[in-house]
Design a protein around this ligand. Structure first.
Ligand code: DC
Length: 231
């Protein structure tokens, strides 16, 4: 079973998705970490960010492993490294590369086939898992997202003014909403949840309720399709 959670940067997706997965006993898939890991390898190996073939090959061959809350590339723990501002600044070329997206979406589908997952990203309900039993589109106002992002940066020891962070968020929104393939889009059948002024627990409670209803609907429709028709 797949629960797909999409939305813009800073809407609180990672934190609430992780907690939702714990509550439901599902695994968590952070697809942003996959694009970050490919960017990390491209920068480390000095691969041209306009060389789509080479970027596609990195995505095709990357030895990526998720373990607990950590991300490993070729056995190296890159959890912190992939969140550095230089990776975030360069990620656009990687997320725009059609070949990268093709390989990463296929990897996401392969991973998710192994169990029940809550998967978060930008194109999970639209491209990777169009048949997900539950789709959620998590949003928040630019101001709330910028405050969250500034706090995250502060925890990493990076000081940034709110105006600077708002400009970064606006630029990432533009990139996410305008890429040719896999752009950020609310799926027609997604439930939109705005996280402004809500605590993490409030949001997780709301998502848990939505997810449990969708799971129950899906189980009862499976039950109906199995039971013999009475004529
Ligand atoms: O969620 P995040 O900030 O860690 O994502 C990093 C980047 O990866 C983000 O700028 C957009 C991109 N991304 C994507 O294009 N498709 C996804 N499914 C997930 C992330």
């Amino acid at each position: 079973m797949i629960i797909a959670i999409d939305g813009p940067a800073g809407a609180g997706k990672s934190t609430v998705t992780r907690r939702l997965a714990d509550r439901l006993g599902f695994q968590f898939l952070d697809t942003g970490a996959m694009y970050r890991a490919v960017t990390f390898v491209a920068l480390r190996d000095d691969v041209g960010l306009d060389d789509e073939d080479a970027l596609g090959k990195i995505a095709q061959n990357i030895d990526l492993r998720f373990e607990d809350d950590k991300v490993f590339v070729g056995g190296e723990d890159v959890t912190q490294a992939i969140r550095k501002p230089e990776v975030t600044r360069k990620i656009k070329s990687i997320a725009d590369a059609v070949e990268v997206r093709r390989h990463l979406v296929s990897l996401q589908q392969k991973i998710a086939a192994s169990g029940d997952f809550v998967s978060e990203g930008r194109d999970q309900g639209t491209v990777a898992f169009p048949d997900a039993i539950c789709k959620i589109y998590l949003t928040a106002s630019t101001r709330f997202r910028a405050i969250r992002r500034a706090l995250q940066l502060e925890q990493q020891g990076v000081k940034a003014g709110l105006e600077e962070v708002i400009a970064e968020i606006n630029s990432r929104d533009y990139n996410d909403e305008n890429r040719k393939v896999g752009r950020l889009l609310k799926a027609d059948d997604a439930v939109e949840v705005n996280t402004d002024n809500k605590t993490i627990d409030d949001v997780v409670d709301e998502l848990e309720q939505i997810a449990k209803e969708k799971i129950a609907d899906s189980e009862s429709s499976q039950q109906r399709s199995k039971s013999p028709k009475v004529v």
